[in-house]
Design a protein around this ligand. Sequence first.
Ligand SMILES: Nc1ncnc2c1ncn2[C@@H]1O[C@H](COP(=O)(O)OP(=O)(O)OP(=O)(O)O)[C@@H](O)[C@H]1O
Ligand SMILES: [Mg+2]
Length: 411
Amino acid sequence: MDNDKRFVTGLDVGTENIRAVIATVSKNGEIAIVGYNEGKSAGMRKGVPANLAGPAEAIDRTLGDAERMGGYDVRSAYISINGSTVISTHTEGMIAVGTIEHEINVEDLERVEDVAVTGRIPANRDVLDVIPLEYALDGQGGIKDPLGMSGARLEMRACVVSALTPNCENLKKVTATADVQAERLVPGVVAAAKAVLSERQKENGVAVVDLGAATTSVAIYEEGDLQYVGVIPAGSNNITNDLAIVLAIDPNLAEEIKTRFITGDFDTEKSPAIKVGREGKDERVFDRKEVETVVKARLDEIFTEVRKKLKSAKYDQRLPEGIILTGGGAKMRDIDLFAKKVLEASVKIGIPQNLNGVSESVEKPEFATAIGLALMAAEDGRHLTNPSKTSGKKPKTTKKPNFFKKIFSKF
Ligand SMILES: Nc1ncnc2c1ncn2[C@@H]1O[C@H](COP(=O)(O)OP(=O)(O)OP(=O)(O)O)[C@@H](O)[C@H]1O
Ligand SMILES: [Mg+2]
């Protein structure tokens, strides 16, 4: 690997799955994916760590293969944050900058941002991002970039993304336990939006809905900016659990029924029986109508909650580019058809595209978050890490044999 390239890593710490994407960024800014992997998660509840060792061990295990593939030892990464404590708040700030001839400079922008955030966000929350939505100079609004403009009074409207501090701290502890420094925490759905939305969609108005295992997150964009983010504490695993309870079956069997036999076009004629297992041996037969009723009820509940979020943000039926579905739950065939009925809006599946490198295997809705995190890291340019080859080194899991033993003994 030549030294002209730097490495960036996106790490999506999910409730059910961990996904890692390693990319290189060349001097001229070209991004290429060089390593990726997905593995089972552990110790996560509704998108947040329930203990340190479970997710840390899962991260360590999953990163190993991505590191070997990319030939790079990951020490830091952009990390997805999830859970219903992740919210957005609209705030305003105003400062006096001097005489009317004063030209707005970077310090003014920092000061007005400070005013817009300080005291507006409770002390028990970490600010993850501040998105300036609009500036006004001496009462004249609609300004996107006031740098260099003249005025005596500067106002700012912003969308502030925050999460409860313990949620952030515990996630950082989890990654640190896996020997990965969290460079930045980004709401999973915001990262997914980075991977699947075009600038035009963000300009016109669009929402991304990340249907995960235990959470469903919503991010709304308009005029190119993030306007809203919110997380619903229910996801595709709830469908599996409902099936397991109602049909009195093992969750693994319920998962098989959900992923192999259910499609979102519930009204179409299909064979009335769902058959799982080997005929004449361990075959089990389920009534399709009964199965579909359970799945439909839960999906209806989830998308009704999504619609409530759209309504609360004042974007219900007001998004010209419609809704883009990502996450593992979006892999259910024809789920867009079902979502369209509940949301009464156009719905498409979001698939990351136009990526360079070993990208084919990650151009899937469930990889949107990890890819978006890597893209954000590449753009932010904060990863000026020295390339270090993994070749010749032991895999990370065996690097510190006593380390995890020590942690596990605590639990
Ligand atoms: N083909 C499929 N049809 C229906 N559901 C599917 C399919 N494939 C995967 N899923 C579901 O997707 C979910 C996993 O999605 P994902 O990996 O995005 O979750 P996660 O990121 O770990 O969870 P969260 O974001 O809630 O923390 C599981 O509930 C799984 O059953
Ligand atoms: Mg997820």
